[in-house]
Design a protein around this ligand. Structure first.
Ligand code: NAD
Ligand code: 3PG
Length: 528
C-alpha cells in the first residue's frame, strides 16, 4: 500500500508534486493545522505529517497518530513539536536546518534597518500626506555594536551582513568555538557583555528551557540606555511585559519583533507603540526559502517512507540514501539477534553489549545498535522501534555498550549481542551471507548456523543419545512439520542447543511435552 502523507500547513506546490512523483498519496490541507479538532480526527490515517509552525504537534495528537512514522518540519524551529512524545511512539522528527537561514537573516537585518530609521512609521505618515520630515530622526548603523545572542546558522549570517554594514559584532553562544568566532569575524563574549555593550541586540537561539525569557527585566536593566532589540527567532525569548515597560521608560529605544509569545498575535499590548516594528512571523517567508524548505522536506520524508534513508532527524541517527540499502540486511540481523535474546529473557535487563566485527565495524553502527535494542525490547514492551528504543533503554536504566573492530574473523561480518541481567548473561551472534539473508551463527558461544524463521523452537539439552529422535517423533506425532533442524554443542556429552524451524507455532501442549523429555533443560517458542 502507498504511504499517505498529510500536509497540514502551507507548503509550495513543488513539494506536493515531489510526494506524488515518489509514489506517495498526499493530502494537501494547508489550513488543517489551525483546526486542532479536525487534525486530531484525521491524523490516524497518515504515515507522514508535513508541517510548518502553525500546526502544533502535541502529545494528544501523537497518541492519536497510530500509523504515523515521520513528522517533517519545512523549516528550522521544532518547538511546535513534542519531540519526546514523538520519540516515545517511534516517530521520526526531521527538519530542514539550512533552507531558510539566509532569508531569515535578511529579515533580521531588514528589521534592524527599519528600526534604526523608523521606516514603517515614516512610510505610514508619508502615505497619509503628512510630510513629517522633522519627526523622523534615525540612527546610523556604522560603527555601532551589534550583539548577537545565538550564533549558529542564522546568527552567523546576520553577523556577516552586519560586518558588511561596518558594524562591530559581538556574539554570545556557549557552543561557539573560538576558531569559528574568528572565522565569522565576531568577538566571542559572555551574555553580560552583549547586554552591557550593544547598541543593537539580535536573538538567534532556539526556544528551549534555557533560552526562554533570556531577555527579561533583569537582562534589560543591564543594557545600554537606548538599546534596540530585534527578535526574529522565537517569541518566548523576550519577556514581553518587561519589554513594554522598558519601551515606555526609554531604557529600550525600539524593538522589532517578527515572533510573539502567542501566535497568531492579532491583539497585543505592544501593537500601536511608535517604537515597535512588527511583522507576522515572516522570517522565512520568501519565495526562495519556501521553495527550498518544502522541496527538501518532501524529499527527506519520501526517502524515509520509501527507502528508510534518514536525514536531518532530531531523534534518530542519519542513514544516507546510499547506505540505506547496504545497511538494510544488517539492520534486519541486528534486530533479529536482539529479538532472539529478548524473547528468551524474562527478568529485568541491566546491560546490553553489541560487538561489531569485520566489514560491519565500518558501518553506521549507531543505527544498527538502535535496531538491536528495538529487537530486545519489543518482546517485552511491544510498541518499540529504532527511534524509540535508545530512549526506552535509557529510561529503564539499561547500560548499552558498543564495541567495534574492523578485523575479520571466520565471517566477513559478525555481530554479537550479549544481554546481562542480575542472574545471567546470554549471547547470540549473527551475520549476513551473500544472499542478503540474516543468519544466527552462535548461541551462548556454541556454533551453529540457522536462518531466522517465522516460527521456531529453541531447546537447550544435554548432549545424550536419543534426544534428536525423541524430539522429531514428538513433533511428528503432534503434526508439527519441521522445515529446518540445527544443532550445536559445547563438547561431547555437555550442553547442547537445538534450533528448529517449523511451519506453525508449537502448540502449548507439545511445548510442555518437549520440556519433559529427559535430556531437555529448557524449551522456548520463538517468532521472527
Ligand atoms: N522568524 C522566523 O521565521 C524564523 C526562521 C527560521 C528560524 N527561526 C528561529 O531561529 C532559531 C535559530 O535558527 P538557526 O538555524 O540559527 O539555528 P542553529 O541551531 O544553527 O543556531 C542556534 C544557536 O543558538 C545557540 N544557543 C543555544 N542555546 C543558547 C543559549 N542558551 N544562549 C546562547 N546561544 C544559544 C546554539 O549554540 C546555536 O549555535 C531557530 O531555532 C528558530 O526558532 C525563526
Ligand atoms: O523556524 C522556522 O523555520 C521559522 O520560524 C519559519 O516558520 P514558518 O515555516 O511557519 O514560516
Amino acid at each position: 500500500m502507498k504511504p499517505r502523507v498529510l500536509v497540514s500547513d502551507k507548503l509550495s506546490e513543488a513539494s506536493i508534486q515531489i510526494f506524488r512523483d515518489r509514489g506517495i498519496d498526499v493530502d494537501y490541507q494547508p489550513d488543517l493545522g489551525k483546526d486542532k479538532d479536525a487534525l486530531l480526527a484525521a491524523i490516524s490515517q497518515y504515515d507522514g505529517l508535513a508541517i510548518r509552525s502553525a500546526t502544533k504537534v502535541s502529545p494528544k495528537l501523537i497518541a492519536a497518530a497510530t500509523k504515523l512514522k515521520v513528522i517533517g518540519r519545512a523549516g528550522i524551529g521544532v518547538d511546535n513539536v513534542d519531540i519526546p512524545a514523538a520519540t516515545g511512539r517511534g516517530i521520526i522528527v526531521m527538519n530542514t536546518p539550512f533552507g531558510n537561514a539566509i532569508t531569515t537573516a535578511e529579515h533580521a537585518i531588514s528589521l534592524m534597518m527599519a528600526l534604526a530609521r523608523q521606516i514603517p512609521e515614516a512610510n505610514a505618515s508619508t502615505h497619509a500626506g503628512k510630510w513629517e520630515k522633522n519627526r523622523f530622526m534615525g540612527v546610523e548603523l556604522f560603527n555601532k555594536t551589534l550583539g548577537v545572542i545565538g550564533c549558529g546558522n542564522i546568527g552567523a549570517i546576520v553577523a556577516d551582513r552586519a560586518l558588511g554594514l561596518k558594524m562591530k559584532v559581538i556574539a554570545f553562544d556557549p557552543f561557539l568555538s573560538p576558531e569559528r568566532a574568528i572565522e565569522i569575524g565576531v568577538e566571542k563574549v559572555e551574555l553580560e557583555d552583549v547586554l552591557r555593550r550593544s547598541d543593537f541586540i539580535t536573538l538567534h537561539t532556539p526556544l528551549t528551557d534555557k533560552t526562554r525569557g533570556i531577555i527579561d527585566r533583569a537582562a534589560i536593566a543591564k543594557m545600554k540606555k537606548g538599546v534596540r532589540i530585534i527578535n526574529c527567532a522565537r517569541g518566548g525569548l523576550v519577556v514581553e511585559e518587561a519589554l513594554q515597560e522598558a519601551l515606555k521608560s526609554g531604557q529600550v529605544a525600539g524593538a522589532a519583533l517578527d515572533v510573539f509569545e502567542t501566535e497568531p498575535a492579532t491583539q497585543h499590548p505592544l501593537f500601536g507603540l511608535e517604537n515597535i516594528v512588527a511583522t507576522p512571523h515572516l522570517g522565512a517567508s520568501t519565495a526562495e526559502a519556501q521553495e527550498n524548505v518544502a522541496i527538501q522536506i518532501a524529499e527527506q520524508m519520501a526517502d524515509y517512507l520509501i527507502t528508510g534513508a534518514v536525514s536531518n532527524a532530531l531523534n534518530m541517527p542519519s542513514i544516507s540514501a546510499d547506505e540505506a540499502p547496504r545497511l538494510r540486511p544488517f539492520i534486519a540481523v541486528a534486530e533479529k539477534l536482539g529479538s532472539f535474546a529478548g524473547q528468551l529473557t524474562d527478568e529485568p535487563i541491566t546491560g546490553i553489549v553489541i560487538e561489531y566485527a569485520g566489514e560491519v565495524g565500518d558501518m553506521n553502527t549507531r543505527a544498527l545498535t538502535s535496531a538491536a535494542l528495538a529487537g530486545v525490547l519489543k518482546p517485552m514492551l511491544g510498541d518499540v522501534n529504532m527511534v524509540s528504543a535508545p530512549v526506552v533503554a535509557k529510561e529503564r536504566g539499561i547500560k548499552v555498550d558498543e564495541v567495534r573492530q574492523t578485523q575479520r574473523g571466520a565471517y566477513e561480518t559478525y555481530i554479537r549481542l550479549a544481554i546481562k541481567t542480575e542472574k545471567m548473561e546470554r549471547s547470540v551472534a549473527g551475520t549476513v551471507f551473500s544472499d542478503g539473508k540474516p543468519r544466527i551463527i552462535q548461541i551462548k558461544g556454541i556454533e551453529l548456523e540457522s536462518e531466522f524463521g517465522p516460527h521456531m523452537l529453541y531447546v537447550t539439552n544435554m548432549d545424550k543419545p536419543g534426544f534428536i529422535g525423541a524430539l522429531g517423533m514428538l513433533l511428528g506425532n503432534a503434526g508439527v512439520n519441521i522445515a529446518t533442524f540445527h544443532l550445536g554443542r559445547q563438547a561431547q556429552g555437555q550442553e547442547a542447543i537445538c534450533l528448529v524451524q517449523i511451519d506453525e507455532p508449537v502448540p502449548e501442549a507439545v511445548l510442555a511435552a518437549v520440556v519433559k523429555l529427559p535430556q531437555v533443560k529448557q524449551a522456548k517458542r520463538l517468532a521472527f
